[in-house]
Design a protein around this ligand. Structure first.
Ligand SMILES: *Cc1c(COP(=O)(O)O)cnc(C)c1O
Length: 404
């Protein structure tokens, strides 16, 4: 059992007030809050061993290098990657996806096909469209149904020997749907296609096992798992990372440079040009350590409890519709109320101290599918409580009275 009151003490920000009311933070799908343990690691870095890493002979540089590489090892262990150099430290999911999309420019030919799911975040749509423009490859979409589930029989029909890449998020940030990624990966491999799974929204809720999934690429952002912004991971199978050309040129990613020719460094450095977010990478590792100490099984079952409670309470409100109603979902509730614009609802909730997100959640195609401009999205983390959900529900009722 998870001791939520004890856990809340780890997060200083949860003590603050917003507009004179205690903060209720339900925007976890956009970014998570940072525990004191991680804040301490960040302060410790700048107070005690701030230095540029790799190649340094002095003590500070060596200490920073050791900690940075320890963080890579923590991340490797967490995701059960076979090799440490399969973990590329990036600035986040968007950066990670762009490394792969750029790399495939040289591997695709005109007429090759790329499949993406209808549930994607813009960061998992736009880079592929750009890739198609560069290569003449064709983007095809795996559609979804009214519950927010992918139509797997259509996926079967779309797959062919022309399919070179499949992209799908593990969990949808807009609806909370958990996608059947095992099946998606398996079937893609049968036609020889590579698979990139965007794990940005899954990472705070479930622990993904790279070797068990047999996935080719997996991406996450540290700021969604209690870590800082500007840090993240691209996991790639060694054979794929060796095939892809580097994304950026610069220091750190080279073996030898002359004006005639440059040879690239080995993995992971080939994809880590320039001075990285050293402190961010170290804090990313510390954040995963923090969450693992609580336990992902405990986190998952507690968040499911919050999801069930929140769903039941919100559905008691007349005229409220939830988008994303599959049984297989995580603690994200996207909803609208008849006749109320999501933005107006969000603004009133903010006056009451409740932070939710409103709009299209970087997933406009999903909103177009439901023919709505956007939703109000409440996303719960393991540090939230049922009492906070009651505050949200009361707030929604208050807002409805004010707006009617
Ligand atoms: C947050 C998120 C992203 C984008 O992550 P960045 O940190 O902005 O790069 C991509 N996909 C999903 C599913 C997300 O939830």
């Amino acid at each position: 059992m998870l001791d939520v009151l004890k856990i809340r003490k780890d997060f200083p920000i949860l003590n603050r007030e917003v507009n004179g009311k205690p903060l209720v933070y339900f925007d976890n799908a956009a970014t998570s809050q940072t525990p004191q343990h991680v804040i301490d690691v960040i302060v410790d870095y700048y107070q005690n061993y701030n230095a540029n890493i790799h190649r340094g002979v002095h003590t500070l540089s060596q200490e920073a290098t050791d900690k940075y590489e320890q963080a890579r090892a923590i991340i490797q262990k967490h995701f059960n990657a076979a090799k440490a150099h399969e973990i590329i430290l990036t600035s986040g999911t968007t950066h990670s996806i762009n490394i792969v999309a750029n790399g495939f420019s040289s591997l695709l030919e005109k007429g090759d096909e790329i499949l993406v799911s209808a549930l994607e975040h813009h960061s998992n749509i736009v880079p592929w469209q750009m890739l198609c423009e560069r290569t003449g490859a064709i983007l095809k979409v795996i559609p979804m149904n009214q519950e927010g589930e992918l139509l797997m029989d259509v996926y079967d029909e779309l797959l062919s020997d022309k399919t070179k890449l499949v992209f799908c998020n593990h969990i949808s940030n807009a609806l909370g749907t958990i996608n059947p990624i095992e099946e998606i990966i398996d079937k893609a491999h049968k036609v020889g296609a590579a698979v990139l799974i965007d794990g940005a929204q899954a990472a705070p809720h479930v622990k993904a096992d790279m070797q068990a999934l047999d996935v080719d690429f997996y991406t996450i952002s540290a700021h969604k798992v209690c870590g800082p912004t500007g840090a993240g991971m691209l996991y790639g199978k060694e054979e794929w990372l060796n095939k892809l050309p580097p994304y950026q040129g610069g220091g750190e990613m080279i073996a030898e440079v002359t004006f005639e020719k440059t040879t690239y460094a080995d993995l992971p450095h080939k994809f880590e040009a320039g001075t990285p977010n050293i402190c961010g990478g170290i804090a990313f590792g510390a954040a995963l350590d923090y969450m693992n100490a609580i336990g992902f099984d405990e986190i998952e079952s507690y968040e499911n409890e919050l999801l069930a409670y929140g769903t039941a309470k919100l559905l008691e409100i007349e005229g409220l519709k939830i988008y994303g109603t599959t049984a297989n979902k995580t603690s994200v509730i996207s909803f609208n109320i008849e006749g109320v614009h999501p933005y107006d609802m969000g603004s009133i909730l903010d006056k009451l101290g409740v932070a939710v997100r409103t709009g299209h959640h970087c997933a406009q195609p999903i909103m177009d599918f439901f023919k709505i401009p956007g939703t109000v999205r409440a996303s719960f983390s393991f540090y939230n409580t049922k009492e906070e959900i009651d505050t949200l529900v009361d707030g929604v009722r208050t807002a409805m009275k004010m707006l009617s």
